[in-house]
Structures are given as structure tokens and as C-alpha cells.
Design a protein around this ligand. Structure first.
Ligand code: PMP
Length: 372
């Protein structure tokens, strides 16, 4: 079976698995313990992994807070900012095409008295800068905008958005789950990005581990927020709980590999994508329509309508040979809010399939589409 659902999750890189195994067995110490070697080795491993992730996204090591993944990071940041700065304001701006871990968190905050603006998006799922500008108010405490969309692959103009937020003195969070390890990100060039979320399993690391980037100010102090998890004070007091060392080591290795191979991987994935698009166009002609923007999108993510074909039927019939999806794995039972937000009709939504490639795919593997 050919796995082409890499936006849902990716396979663990063999080197990631090898790096993790010792920390499941002999190196089982708690990095918060002291003096004996098992603890010290675990501490060193966590330190190295933190550095690897920081290098991948261009932050400093101490701006990385390990979490269980982007769902937790998104919750921690949005609820944490809302709670900590409630005296300053109660307005949050987000978009209609966020992941449920952002949208549901915002909806929850509305029940607690916060006001949330959900920005419209263009035909590719991107917000307009002027629209964002017109929504920023005196009491706006946070703007949260997805970096690359999980259903469409479309990329927001994070540079301009972050600059606008910086000018207006508003914190800016971006859910970068789908882009970390997939496109080049250097947060030192984006001073307006205050917070970022990522999950290791989207870039060939293990599941259940991710991170929040929290920017430090010029005095080397982390942007304050109320922790989601209170306890032993790990992760600078922001995220308590014994560190999942094996998972952190896996994330670190995945980040190291992503940093090392990023340009080659992007090139390889783009070539595979072009090849696949060629096959699809030849086979289906005007029956197919691409929902994603060809240029400003995550390499290898294709959202395509097979007109006149029901996507559930198509995905099911392909399943023995090729794994693709009808949309996001997180909300696949509901019609996509993302596709609705870009203006697709219900028939167009029901004929849309998401194909997401990875660097593990060889061009020849895609020839299977010629036979289907
Ligand atoms: N945000 C986006 C854009 C995602 O694609 C996902 C995972 N599908 C998440 C957040 C949540 O990540 P996790 O399930 O690893 O917590």
C-alpha cells in the first residue's frame, strides 16, 4: 500500500526509531533527577533535542517548551494568553480555517466572556492583510493564524501578518504544525511571531510529542502566559510533567534530519508532486480541479476535486492500494469547514480528496495512479 496521507501523519524515520530505543530501555532516567548517570544522560539527551528543534525553526533553545503536540500547544498558548492578559483585553482574532484545536479553544473562550473574530479567507484559504488590520482593536490581545493549511496546503503570508502584529503591539501565534520540517522557517527573521505550535509526527518523528515556541524579550524573559498544566515546574514552569525523554529524543532526531535534508526533500517532493499532477491531468482531464494555490503552498500537499465522483467512495476504493484522505484526519466525519470557507459547494466538497506526499515517496511509486 502506497501511503499518501502525510498531512495526517508521517512514518517514523528509521534513524529516529534507532535514536529513541536506548531511552526506552537502558537510559530510562528522569531528567529532573540529579547526580546519577541515568538522570544526567536523560538531561543531556533532552538538551540536545531542544537544540535540534531550535535549529530547525531558528529560535533559541530556551524558547522551546516541550508539549504532547500541537493540540496541547495551541490550547496552552491561546488559553494561557487569554487568562494572563484578561485585564488588558478580551478580544482574539483567528480565521475560519484553523485546526479544531484552535477553533474549539476559541469557542470555549467565548463561553468565558472573550470576543473572537473569525476572519474570512480567499479562494485558497488565506486571510487578507487589510481585513486583519481592520479587526485589530484596542482590546485585542492575540492574533492566531495558521501558517500552512492542513487541508489545502495553502500558506499564509506570515511575514506580513507578523509585522502587522508587531506594529500594533499584539501577540501573534501561528499554528505551524503542517509546515515545520516541510518548508524553511527561521523565526529570527520573524520577530513578530510570539508563539508557534508544532508536532513531531508531521515530520517523521513520534506521535504524542511536540512543542510550543515562546519568544523571549530583549531581557531574555519568556513572554508570560498562564500554564495549562500546573505541577512540578518542568519546562520553565510553563508545562509541568515528567519529560517524555524517548519521544523528545525522537523529535530531536527528526528535527536534525529535517534541517539537514530540507532543501533536498523539498526538491524531491516537488518533483514527485509534478509527476503525480501530470498523471492525474492526463488520466482525468477536465474532470479534476485543484483547490490549492500552486505557488504559495506546502510542497506535496494536493487538494483535488474529482468532479462527479464521491470522495468517500473514491478513498475507500483506493484504500487497498493507496492511502489518501477526504480531508483532515481530525474531523473527517464532518463536512470540511475549510473547504466551505473557501466557497466550495457541497458537491465540490464531496468530490475533494487530499493527497499528501513525503520524501519517502519515489516518483515510480506514483505510477500506480496510471493503473487505477
Ligand atoms: N494543527 C494542525 C494544522 C494540524 O494539522 C494538527 C494535526 N492534524 C494539529 C494542529 C494537532 O496536532 P496533534 O494532533 O499532533 O496534537
Amino acid at each position: 500500500m502506497l501511503y499518501l496521507d502525510n498531512s495526517a501523519t508521517t512514518q517514523i524515520h528509521p534513524e529516529v526509531k534507532d535514536a529513541m530505543l536506548p531511552y526506552l530501555m537502558e537510559e530510562f532516567g528522569n531528567p529532573s533527577s540529579k547526580y546519577y548517570s541515568a538522570a544526567e544522560n536523560a538531561k543531556i539527551a533532552v538538551k540536545e533535542a531542544r537544540h535540534s528543534l531550535a535549529s530547525l525553526i531558528g529560535s533559541s533553545d530556551s524558547e522551546i517548551i516541550f508539549t504532547s503536540g500541537s493540540t496541547e500547544s495551541n490550547n496552552m498558548i491561546i488559553k494561557g494568553v487569554a487568562d494572563f492578559y484578561a485585564d488588558k483585553g478580551n478580544h482574539i482574532i483567528t480565521t475560519k480555517v484553523e485546526h479544531p484545536s484552535v477553533l474549539e479553544t476559541c469557542k470555549y473562550l467565548e463561553t468565558k466572556g472573550f470576543e473572537v473574530s473569525y476572519l474570512d479567507v480567499d479562494e485558497y484559504g488565506r486571510i487578507e492583510l487589510d481585513d486583519l488590520k481592520s479587526h485589530i482593536k484596542e482590546n485585542t490581545i492575540l492574533v492566531t493564524v495558521i501558517w500552512g493549511n492542513n487541508e489545502l496546503g495553502s500558506l499564509n503570508d506570515i511575514k506580513s501578518i507578523s509585522e502587522l502584529c508587531l506594529e500594533n503591539n499584539v501577540f501573534f501565534h501561528s499554528d505551524a504544525t503542517q509546515v515545520v520540517g516541510k518548508i524553511e522557517i527561521n523565526l529570527s527573521n520573524y520577530p513578530g511571531v510570539t508563539f508557534l505550535s508544532c508536532s513531531s509526527h508531521k515530520f517523521h518523528g513520534p506521535k504524542g510529542i511536540g512543542a510550543a515556541f515562546i519568544r523571549k524579550d530583549e531581557y531574555d524573559i519568556l513572554t508570560r502566559l498562564t500554564p495549562l498544566l500546573h505541577g512540578g515546574g518542568q519546562e520553565q514552569g510553563i508545562r509541568s510533567g515528567t519529560l517524555a525523554v524517548h519521544n523528545i529524543v525522537g523529535l530531536g532526531k527528526a528535527a536534525e534530519l529535517a534541517t539537514k535534508h530540507l532543501p533536498d526533500n523539498i526538491k524531491k517532493i516537488k518533483e514527485s508532486e509534478q509527476y503525480l499532477v501530470g498523471i492525474l491531468k492526463e488520466k482525468f482531464g477536465s474532470q479534476i480541479y485543484f483547490n490549492s494555490d500552486e505557488l504559495k503552498k506546502i510542497p506535496g500537499v494536493i487538494s483535488v476535486q474529482f468532479r462527479g465522483i464521491n470522495n468517500e467512495v473514491l478513498v475507500k476504493s483506493l484504500a487497498p492500494y493507496v492511502a489518501v484522505s477526504t480531508g483532515s484526519a481530525c474531523s473527517s466525519s464532518k463536512p470540511s469547514h475549510v473547504l466551505a470557507a473557501i466557497g466550495l459547494t457541497i458537491d465540490e466538497v464531496r468530490s475533494t480528496v487530499r493527497i499528501s506526499l513525503s520524501s519517502f515517496i519515489k516518483k515510480e511509486d506514483l505510477d500506480i495512479f496510471k493503473q487505477l
